[in-house]
Design a protein around this ligand. Sequence first.
Ligand SMILES: CC(C)(COP(=O)(O)OP(=O)(O)OC[C@H]1O[C@@H](n2cnc3c(N)ncnc32)[C@H](O)[C@@H]1OP(=O)(O)O)[C@@H](O)C(=O)NCCC(=O)NCCS
Length: 228
Amino acid sequence: MPSVKKTKKLIIVGDSAFAEIAKEYFEVDTEYAVVGFAVESAFLKRTELGGVAICALEEMEKHWPVKDHEVFVAVTYVQVNRLRARLVEEVKRKGYKLASYISPRAFVWRNVEFGEHCFVFEDNTIQPFVKIGNNVILWSGNHIGHHSRIEDHCFISSHVCISGFCNIGPRTFLGVNSTIANNVAIGADNWIGMGASIVRNTSSNRLFKGKQSELADVSTLDFFKVDK
Ligand SMILES: CC(C)(COP(=O)(O)OP(=O)(O)OC[C@H]1O[C@@H](n2cnc3c(N)ncnc32)[C@H](O)[C@@H]1OP(=O)(O)O)[C@@H](O)C(=O)NCCC(=O)NCCS
């Protein structure tokens, strides 16, 4: 793949696995060069990640001036998405412009609308008339059905199916392989566990746990009559 010319400088907030992945994606697919990581000083445990310096978020503007750096906050769904929301506000208050990443390997229909500071992984299908708010993460392989709206600070994990005309309330987490029927409104601060199937509207602050499959009373090798 030909490399993209680097015309912008990016700071990533966080030093977790998501921060490491975000660095990869921004560097391979976009015009951003990742020049630093910033972590709140209470969590500053190392000085570099992948050859790039990690500094305290409290003094990041001393190392990387606001006027020529942009920021992406690579934090997942900690505190039901409130940590990412707080850190985004903090870097905005400092005056930084926020960056977004939309994978060139995602299918995004031409009239889909995005707010600021979003991250869309590969293999998402985002259909016509979808509206996505600010600070939304779409991990890989989701289906976002036509005319649906995802409000601010949501985290949609992987292989989630959101049908048409749905509304996903702010800060809601949708677990892997969860399914939302068409015309359903999910409230704010919901946790929709992995594999959950939601067919009616939910109020705010509702938790749907993901279920563990039933353990059979026979072992694998006995069931398939394989010699041990
Ligand atoms: C909701 C979910 C997190 C629950 O996980 P779980 O391991 O089945 O939860 P448990 O029932 O063991 O309970 C977890 C904790 O909540 C506590 N808890 C359970 N019921 C509770 C209740 N009614 N009130 C208060 N606390 C409760 C448990 O005591 C436990 O506490 P501990 O960790 O201190 O021991 C899980 O089902 C889920 O949806 N995971 C998402 C997976 C996913 O999609 N990942 C994608 C990442 S990209």
